[in-house]
Design a protein around this ligand. Structure first.
Ligand code: PLP
Length: 424
């Protein structure tokens, strides 16, 4: 569908035929009927298209995948049961024990744990890259076993804006792809493929769902990375014995990566999204463009308000002219910088906690990026497993409050912040 973002949010993925339901149906079925054993056999051999078992694919899930792939401008997508599953699978699809990958250090704390602790136990090493590293220092992180580069478009919660072109160039000069977690930006604010990223993943739990209702994730394949030319990915370019010797790049061309992720990793690891959850996600996606516009407007106003407030020691929002991320934001996020702001309350950790406890409209929740304004203290919650050293590398200070500005009336949000700051 050659439509613009707002139209794809509503109409993408599902086009009913004559007499079919107008709204995407929930295909609540684990299995699918075929008229012959031969047909089913062809599905097992990847010789025919079609749904076989919902652990691998399902029509409701497929419609949402098609919509998100269209929004990102990719060739195909695979939804997962959580953002964590999407992060893991996006990497594990092309990395094995004994190999390593390079990741920006400014990423979500849960992703840092996944990379530095759990994937280490799988024999996969992460090498962290800090945004202030020179190209030479970044190049020095690579060796012949490096398989990819990973970063977040807008880092959670440090709010660094990823210089996608720089890191795509870095990855490509080492013959590996750039994978971007586009959760905070969403394809409404940034489409990383347009700047050279090869794979995008999301926690759909955040803005895509937008109402804090379902946990989910997605991986999108741009179809642009040439796996065969790189020569580093035998798992894609040589026969897969678990499918009678299928060679993904030969049989599936531009969708080789995402097809392997589905038919091999999803088959074996089973982090499958439920059809009902994807139906709910799809309702969220319908209003994504509208909501992002309001999130950005409200957050810009809140950031300006905090910047001038006497009780606030610092404000981090890429949309502020004073932000050291502003130039990158102007390039990669011309339509807004999402609803997430971080700031410090004068008086440190105790004042931050008093401020949070005094909020009435904004709720203290372990969540971010939904329609309701919410607030969190990363150092004692989402990032509490990190060492002090890791906290600094991730861009978090003990006094940092992470505010997720919702889509309520801006005057009500500002009034709530004002009264709570007065008590901080
Ligand atoms: N990526 C980012 C940027 C996140 O903020 C999160 C969760 O907060 C995740 C990935 C993990 O997603 P999920 O909670 O859906 O597993």
């Amino acid at each position: 569908m050659d439509y613009r973002t707002e139209t794809l949010c509503i109409q993408g993925g599902y086009q009913p035929q004559n007499g079919e339901p107008r709204v995407l149906p929930i295909y609540q079925s684990t299995t699918y009927k075929y008229d012959s054993a031969d047909h089913l056999g062809d599905l097992f051999d990847l010789k025919a298209d079609g749904h076989m078992y919902t652990r691998i694919s399902n029509p409701t899930v497929a419609a949402v995948e098609e919509k998100i792939a269209a929004l990102e401008g990719g060739v195909a997508a695979m939804c997962t049961s959580s953002g964590q599953a999407a992060s893991l699978m996006s990497i594990f699809n092309i990395t094995s024990a004994g190999q390593n990958f390079v990741s920006l250090s400014t990423i979500y704390g849960g992703t840092t744990n996944l990379f530095a602790v759990t994937m280490k136990r799988m024999g996969i090493e992460v090498r962290f890259l800090t945004p202030d590293m020179t190209d030479e220092e970044a190049d020095a992180l690579f060796d012949e076993n490096t398989r990819l580069v990973f970063g977040e478009t807008i880092a959670n919660p440090a709010l660094n804006v990823l210089d996608i072109e720089r890191y795509a160039a870095l990855a490509h000069r080492h013959g590996v792809p750039l994978i971007v977690d586009n959760t905070f930006a969403t394809p409404v604010l940034c489409r990383p493929f347009e700047y050279g990223a090869d794979i995008v993943m999301h926690s759909t739990t955040k803005y895509m769902d937008g109402h804090a209702t379902v946990v989910g994730g997605v991986i999108v394949d741009s179809g642009n990375f040439d796996w065969a030319a790189s020569g580093k990915y035998p798992e894609l370019t040589t026969p897969d014995e678990s499918y009678h010797g299928v060679v993904y790049t030969e049989q599936f061309g531009k969708s080789a990566y995402i097809t392997k992720a589905r038919v091999q990793l999803m088959r074996d690891l089973g982090s499958t999204p439920q059809p009902l959850a994807m139906f709910i996600l799809n309702i969220g996606l319908e209003t994504l463009a509208l909501r992002m516009e309001r999130h950005c407007q409200n957050a810009q106003a809140v950031a300006k308000f905090l910047e001038k407030h006497e009780k606030v020691s610092w404000v981090n929002y890429p949309g502020l002219a004073a932000s050291d991320q502003h130039a990158l934001a102007e390039k990669y996020l011309p339509n807004g910088c999402c609803g997430v702001i971080s700031f410090g309350v004068k008086g440190g950790r105790e004042a931050a906690v008093r401020f949070m406890d005094s909020l009435k409209l904004a709720a203290v929740v372990v969540h971010v990026a939904d329609a309701r304004t919410s607030v969190l203290h990363p150092a004692s919650t989402t990032h509490r497993q990190l060492t002090d050293e890791q906290l600094v590398a991730t861009g978090i200070s003990p006094d940092m409050v992470r505010l997720s500005v919702g889509i309520e009336n801006i005057d009500d949000i500002l009034a709530d912040l004002e009264q709570a700051l007065a008590k901080a």
